[in-house]
Design a protein around this ligand. Structure first.
Ligand code: SF4
Ligand code: SF4
Length: 100
């Protein structure tokens, strides 16, 4: 997103970062979380869970802002997010570099 002006407190405010947890075997593959995540963090995977549904997968966790929207939408309580610590964010960045 491009701002038409720069907020005065941009340097002092730290954006919240999230870690997404998916309980795969609860998922029914409705794709709500994928379709409505405002940051395009998720995508449907090709693997099946025990119920025979495709489940979501995290494609870029560094984009997650811990808004809990996926959690609020999920009819099966199969996904939620927690605040990512700086250590977790470092791990995400390292695994992203490794996968390139
Ligand atoms: S917490 Fe928000 S940004 Fe993160 S995956 Fe869920 S909907 Fe997307
Ligand atoms: S909203 Fe819940 S049930 Fe639907 S695909 Fe996402 S995790 Fe699965």
């Amino acid at each position: 997103m491009k701002y038409w002006r720069k907020p005065l407190d941009l340097e002092s405010i730290k954006a919240s970062r999230g870690k997404v947890i998916i309980i795969e075997d609860r998922c029914k593959g409705c794709e709500f979380c994928v379709a409505y995540c405002p940051r395009d963090v998720l995508s449907m995977s090709q693997t099946f869970n025990v119920r025979g549904y495709h489940t979501p997968a995290v494609i870029d966790e560094s984009k997650c802002v811990n808004c809990h929207f996926c959690e609020a939408l999920c009819p099966e309580f199969a996904i939620y997010s927690i605040e990512a610590t700086e250590e977790m964010q470092g791990e995400t960045a390292r695994s992203r570099r490794k996968n390139k």
